[in-house]
Design a protein around this ligand. Structure first.
Ligand code: URA
Length: 204
């Protein structure tokens, strides 16, 4: 069974991967989580939006970027006239990680081992999609694509050629914007939109 293997098949499309990933046991995060949150979007998408890991709402819905971070992302894309439905949206780690606090589930960052265990799914997605552009949202995503030594604040806001015809852009994670004060966000929001405007220009 794919559950025990937890290695994506070399053949089959994204729909096959999704089924396999739903049964993944390659790290312990599957157990407390509701479900695997796999990527979604057209198989012929030229753009991949890559987040870090699902949050509480994504875990419940089984879809990436549907919670507060997703709403912020949607707002930025809308400001730029970009259509999220034409893009493939996924995460670096595909299970929600949390610490229970009473009735709440507090977001916890997937560690290096968990990130490494999940890498196979992202790689399998990218092999199938072969996107022209990858937008990395946050440090975890940027490290997955640009290398673990990448410094997000230095590398954000410009295209990096990956050598296989793919261009990668890194920017901050929308959840970072949610944590800022209103005053800080006045600066950080336009900077986020400016980074994403590079994608708008690439697609134009
Ligand atoms: N944050 C992410 O990085 N991904 C999601 O899907 C939701 C929140």
């Amino acid at each position: 069974a794919p559950a025990a293997r937890a290695v994506p098949a070399a053949t089959g499309g994204l729909d096959v991967l999704r089924v396999e990933a739903a049964a993944c046991r390659a790290c312990p995060l599957w157990q407390p989580a509701t479900q695997t949150v796999f990527g979604e979007g057209p198989a012929d998408a030229r753009v991949v939006l890559l987040g870090e890991q699902p949050g509480d709402q994504e875990d419940l819905a089984g879809r990436p970027f549907v919670g507060p971070s997703g709403q912020l992302l949607d707002r930025a894309l809308k400001e730029l006239g970009l259509d999220r439905r034409a893009m493939y949206v996924t995460n670096t780690v595909k299970h929600f990680k949390f610490e229970p606090r009473g009735k709440r589930r507090l977001h916890a960052r997937a560690n290096a081992t968990e990130q490494a265990a999940c890498r196979r799914w992202l790689e399998a997605e990218l092999i199938r999609l072969r996107p022209r552009w990858i937008v990395c949202l946050g440090a975890m995503a940027a490290q997955a694509i640009l290398g673990k030594d990448v410094r997000l604040l230095e590398e954000r806001g410009r295209w990096h050629a990956l050598g296989d015809g793919t261009q990668a852009l890194a920017t901050v994670h929308p959840s970072y914007l949610l944590r800022l004060t209103a005053g800080e966000r006045e600066v950080a929001w336009p900077a986020f939109v400016r980074d994403l405007a590079l994608l708008q220009r690439a697609l134009a």
